[in-house]
Design a binder for this molecule. Sequence first.
Ligand code: SF4
Length: 248
Amino acid sequence: MREKYILALIQFSRSTKMKNLPIWERGFSRSDKANLLISNNAYAFVLGLIFDQSMKSDIAWENPYKLKQRLGHLNIKRIADMKIKQLTCIIAQKKSLHRFPRNIAKYIIKSSLIIKDEFQNKTDLIWRKNKSIISAKKNFLKLCGIGEKKANLAILLLAREFKVKFDDVRFLEIALDSHIKRVLSRSGHFDTLTEDGIAEMNSIFSKMHPNFPALLGTSLWYIGRHLCITTNPRCKICPMSKWCLKRL
Ligand code: SF4
C-alpha cells in the first residue's frame, strides 16, 4: 500500500495542476520585481532564505527587494560592515519586514561576513564551487540562520527553479515543514517524528523516484496547504485519498 501511495504521489507531481503551479506556490513571492531580483542576484536569494521563518513564505521572499529599497543597495561588504542595531532599525521600520527584526539583522550581517570572507563576495560559490548537494549543504550550514531544513529548501529551489545541476541530487532529502509532516503522518505510511523514520522515508522516496526524490516534497506541500488542512481535511478531492490511511 505504501508503494501505491508513492506512485499516486508521483502521478500527482506530473499533473497539469502541479506543472502550472504559480510562482508564489513554488516558494517565492507574489511580486514580479522581487522574484526577478531573487532570480538574478544570488545574495538576494540567500536573504530570502534567511527571512523565510516565522512568517508566510510568499511575504518573506519579497523582503530582499524591500530591504534593497530601504537600504538603497544590496552590497554584501557594506551590509557586512553594518552594526546589528543599525540594520535592526531599518528592518523594523513600519511596516516591519519581520516579527524578529534583531535576529534577522544578526543573521544577515553574520552571513554577509561569511560570504565576504569565505566566498570572496561571490554568493553563488556556496552552491557552484562543486556540483554536489553535500558540498552546497555544508556551505549553506556555515551561514547564520540557516539550518538543515532551510539548506534542503535552498538546494531544492536552486535545482527546481533555477536548474542548477547537482550530480547527487538523488540524495537531497525532502524539506519537511509542518504541511508535509501533517500529510505524511496522516497517511499512516511514514514516521516523521524520529530520525530513523525520516531516514527510512527518504530512502524509499529515493528508490521510487531516483532522479529527483525531493521534488515529491512540492506535491506533498501543496496537498498539505490546500487539501490536508488542519481541520476538516478535504479527503474527497485529495489525489492521495485511495491510499491514505487518514489517521486524522
Ligand atoms: S486523503 Fe485526507 S488525510 Fe489523506 S492526505 Fe488527503 S486530505 Fe489528508
